[in-house]
Ligand binder design. Structure first.
Ligand code: KIV
Ligand code: ZN
Length: 402
C-alpha cells in the first residue's frame, strides 16, 4: 500500500486505524445522549485509550451537537486524535461540519450518502445518476474546507456492486481520502465483507490512494466478525464504539475488535495502537455517564467476562489461568480473574477463598464440614458473598470451641 494520507502520512502497512464513533453513532442510541461536559470527559478518555479518529458528532443536527464538536476540536487544537464531524451532502451540512472541526489541528469532514436501490428509491427519491452527482459535488466542496475527507456509502453492503464501484471511483477522483462502506442495517455476513472490499480494491481506479474503512452494525450479532473480515480484505480503518453502543443493536464494539486482533494476531495483517489496559475504565466511564451498564456476560468488559463459578473451571484457573482465559484480565484493566463462589464451585476454589479471607490453612476435617455447609447455602442462595463464607467458617470455629 502506498497511501499518503493528509492526517496519517505514510500509513504503515501493519497499522489499522481506530475510528471511534461513540460520540456520534453511539450517542444516536435511544437514551444515550450526552451533554457537553460528558462528551468532553469521554473525549479525554478516548484519547487516553489511543483512538486515532474521534467522530465527535453531527454538527448540523442541533446547536448542542455543533457546540460539542467545536469544543472537542478546541481541546485538540495543538494536536491529538483526528476530530471528525459528520455531514450529509448539502452545502449547509458540510459548512457546519467544517466550522465545527476547524479548531482541531487534525480534522476531517465525513460525508455520507445512501447508495442502495432501496434507500435511493424510498429515502432519497433519487436516480442513481443524481446520487453520483451529489457525491462529486459534496466531496469537492468538503475538500475546499479540509484535506481529510471521508465519504461513506450509506447502506453500502446492500448496494449494487457496479454502482458502488462508480460512486467510490467518483469520490476518490474528487478528493476523498477515506472510503467507508457501512453495513448500515447489520445485514451482511463476513463473506459479503470480503467480497465487497476485495472488489473495490481490485476494480476501482485510484483505490490504492485511499484508506478503506468498515462500519458495521450489530443487528445479527455479526458486527465484530464482519469488521475482522473487512480488515482481512484490505480495510485499514474500523469504525466502532465503546461497549458497542449505537443505533438499534449497536455498532461493532471497540474493545472486542481490539482484543480479537490482539488475541489472534495472525488473523489479520495489521494491528491497532490502543492502550488496552484503559479499556475497562473507558467502558465504565461511558456506563456512568449514560446510566446504562453493559450486560454481565458482555465480552471483555462485562462483570462476568473474567468470572468463573464452576468448580472445574475454578480449579483450572487456580492452576493456570490460561486454561479458561484467552487473555489476561489485567490486559484490559481488570485487576484479576474473579472466582465467584456458588453452587458449582469446587473445594479448591473454596480453600483459595478462605486463604484470601485470611483464614490461613484449615485442617481437612474442618474444611470438609465448612465446604458441605457452603454447598447447602449455595443451593439456597443465588450468590454467596464473602461475608456469608466468613460467617459460616466462624460458626464452624465456634462449634469446635464449644
Ligand atoms: O450506519 C451508517 O451507515 C452510518 C453512516 C452515517 C456512516 O452511521
Ligand atoms: Zn452507523
Amino acid at each position: 500500500m502506498s497511501i499518503d494520507h493528509p492526517n496519517f502520512g505514510k500509513l504503515a502497512d501493519d497499522r489499522v486505524i481506530i475510528f471511534d464513533t461513540t460520540l456520534r453513532d453511539g450517542e444516536q442510541s435511544p437514551g444515550f445522549s450526552m451533554n457537553l461536559q460528558e462528551k468532553l470527559r469521554m473525549a479525554e478518555a478516548l484519547t487516553e485509550l489511543g483512538v486515532d479518529v474521534m467522530e465527535a458528532g453531527f454538527p448540523i443536527a442541533s446547536p448542542g451537537d455543533f457546540e460539542s464538536v467545536k469544543a472537542i476540536a478546541e481541546l485538540y487544537a495543538q494536536g491529538g486524535p483526528v476530530i471528525c464531524g459528520l455531514a450529509r451532502t448539502g452545502r449547509d451540512d458540510i459548512l457546519r461540519a467544517a466550522e465545527a472541526v476547524k479548531p482541531a489541528q487534525r480534522k476531517r469532514i465525513h460525508i455520507f450518502l445512501s447508495t442502495s436501490p432501496l434507500h435511493m428509491k424510498y429515502k432519497l427519491r433519487m436516480e442513481p445518476e443524481q446520487v453520483l452527482e451529489l457525491t462529486v459535488n459534496s466531496v469537492t466542496l468538503a475538500r475546499q474546507h479540509a484535506d481529510d475527507v471521508e465519504w461513506s456509502a450509506e447502506d453500502g453492503s446492500r448496494t449494487e456492486p457496479d454502482f458502488l464501484c462508480r460512486c467510490v471511483e467518483a469520490a476518490i477522483a474528487h478528493g476523498a481520502t477515506t472510503i467507508n462502506i457501512p453495513d448500515t442495517v447489520g445485514y451482511a455476513l463476513p463473506e459479503d465483507m470480503e467480497r465487497i472490499f476485495t472488489m473495490l480494491r481490485n476494480r476501482v481506479p485510484g483505490a490504492e490512494k485511499v484508506i478503506f474503512s468498515t462500519h458495521n452494525h450489530n443487528d445479527l450479532g455479526l458486527a465484530v466478525a464482519n469488521t475482522i473480515a473487512a480488515i482481512r480484505a484490505g480495510a485499514r480503518q474500523v469504525e466502532c464504539t465503546i461497549n458497542g453502543i449505537g443505533e438499534r443493536a449497536g455498532n461493532a464494539a471497540l474493545e472486542e475488535i481490539v482484543m480479537a486482533i490482539r488475541t489472534r494476531p495472525d488473523s489479520v495483517p495489521c494491528k491497532p495502537a490502543i492502550a488496552t489496559q484503559n479499556i475497562l475504565k473507558t467502558s465504565k466511564l461511558l456506563s456512568t455517564i449514560t446510566g446504562f451498564d453493559v450486560q454481565p456476560n458482555k465480552a471483555i468488559v462485562g462483570r462476568n467476562a473474567f468470572a468463573h463459578e464452576s468448580g472445574i473451571h475454578q480449579d483450572g484457573v487456580l492452576k493456570n489461568a490460561a486454561t479458561y482465559e484467552i487473555m489476561t484480565p489485567e490486559s484490559v484493566g481488570w485487576t484479576k480473574s474473579n472466582l465467584v463462589m456458588g453452587k458449582h464451585s469446587g473445594r479448591a476454589a473454596f480453600r483459595d477463598k478462605l486463604r484470601a479471607l485470611g483464614y490461613g490453612e484449615i485442617g481437612d476435617n474442618k474444611l470438609n464440614d465448612a465446604f458441605r455447609r457452603f454447598k447447602d447455602l449455595a443451593d439456597r442462595k443465588k450468590a454467596v458473598y464473602d461475608e456469608d463464607i466468613s460467617a459460616l467458617v466462624d460458626d464452624e470455629v465456634m462449634r469446635d470451641n464449644n
